[in-house]
Ligand binder design. Structure first.
Ligand SMILES: *Cc1c(COP(=O)(O)O)cnc(C)c1O
Length: 390
């Protein structure tokens, strides 16, 4: 029978009925260890009681009023995010791509204030920024762009982790106003740049009066072992986008600004009906509270090191190109395409992801126990060994 759902996804043939912590249960009561967390969203695991209670309580009080009125919970969440990041102000959206859309609009408005009428934003190869038109135009993947031309103009693409390529643009492209980059590329294959890459970009942006814009939609909220990945260096972005783990599954995104980017958006320049509604903000406040109480930044850091070390012990074999990670963003790169591993792992009761064809990507919840980490290491390592040998 033809599906009434548009065919944009190719889901695996499994439906989950409930979850608890790092586990999900399907309709036959089989359980699965979730090492992908709904794509880096459910960082506190499933059915986290503090978050569930906050959502239920808020749903019983007030879900939505619109931004025609002040929203105290939105103000509280903005204050909290500014305190944690050191940035100055926040615009709330409902998804990652919308947060990036806001960032791109902010850069355009910043350009317009500087009387640059043909602004350009530097973006990276193999980047991912979302599926709305401007975000997919910024994305470095032709498969995502195919058929949607004409793309939004004003993006210049350079290789990732190549600072010199950005610096070289100073002479040739006088209309650059911003650089948009992921601190670690997620969809692109868990690509971790050189330690000084972001610092150099940040310094160049300062020199050139460009906006240094970080897409932390996947790397933010403790995922890489810091609240935000930029905090691994002594730098601060002018613009940072968040989404994924911010609401632990309740849709919410954020575009944050500081320094040169502060005050660019003024009344009437951007908006969203749902953005920052009481329900989403209440959920995000509960998420932050748990993350702070449990110090999940530090947990992600040490657990990530443990996982990479153990995988390295088990998988230092022919057929593996690299094992890398930053906190609980982990990539195991094979020599050959390995998309089949997703289905094989599912049969074994483990949820994993393969991205960039050859990279097994693991994004387990930050509340993973050591026992669960060992279960993950053992199952995934033997699956990969078997897969390589066949
Ligand atoms: C997931 C993701 C997005 C898009 O977020 P959506 O909520 O799917 O729109 C953008 N950038 C990065 C780095 C992401 O990982």
């Amino acid at each position: 029978m033809a599906s009434t759902i548009m065919a944009t996804y190719s889901p695996l043939s499994v439906t989950f009925e409930r979850g608890e912590g790092a586990y999900l249960w399907d309709a036959n009561n089989k359980h699965y260890l979730d090492a992908i967390s709904g794509i880096a969203v459910c960082s506190l695991g499933h059915a986290r009681p503090e978050v569930a209670q906050a959502i239920a309580d808020q749903a019983g009080k007030l879900v939505h009023t619109s931004n025609l009125y002040q929203i105290d919970l939105q103000q509280k969440l903005a204050d909290k995010l500014c305190e944690l990041s050191g940035l100055d102000e926040v615009f709330f959206s409902n998804s990652g791509t919308e947060a990036n859309e806001a960032a791109i609009k902010l850069a355009r408005l910043y350009a317009s204030k500087k009387n640059i009428s043909n602004p350009e934003i530097v973006v990276m190869e193999s980047s991912f920024h979302g599926r709305t038109l401007a975000a997919l135009s910024a994305t470095g993947n032709t498969k995502i762009q195919q058929g949607f031309e004409p793309l939004v103009s004003g993006f210049i693409r350079v290789p990732y982790n190549d600072f010199d390529a950005i610096e070289a643009l100073v002479k040739t492209n006088p209309n650059i106003v911003a650089v948009l980059v992921e601190p670690v590329q997620g969809e692109g294959g868990v690509n971790i740049p050189a330690d000084d890459y972001l610092t150099k970009i940040s310094q160049l942006c300062d020199q050139q009066d460009w906006l240094f814009m970080l897409d932390e939609i996947q790397t933010g909220m403790c995922r890489t072992g810091k609240w935000f990945a930029f905090q691994h260096q002594h730098i601060k972005p002018d613009v940072m986008t968040l989404a994924k783990a911010l609401g632990n599954g309740v849709p919410i995104g954020a575009c944050m600004a500081s320094g040169r980017a502060k005050g660019v958006f003024t009344a009437g320049t951007h908006g969203s009906t749902f953005g920052g509604n009481p329900l989403a903000c209440r959920a995000a406040l509960a998420v932050i509270d748990v993350m702070q109480t449990m110090q999940l930044d530090k947990v992600a850091s040490s657990l990530g090191t443990y996982l990479v070390d153990e995988f390295t012990k088990q998988l230092s074999i022919e057929g593996i190109t690299s094992i890398r990670g930053k906190g609980l963003m982990i990539g195991i790169e094979l020599e050959k395409d390995c998309a089949e591993l997703v289905g094989l792992a599912l049969q074994q009761g483990v949820l994993i992801n393969v991205t960039a064809n050859k990279v097994v990507r693991l994004l387990p919840p930050l509340i993973l126990t050591t026992e669960q980490a060992d279960e993950l290491i053992n199952t995934v390592s033997s699956l990969i060994k078997q897969f390589i040998s066949t």
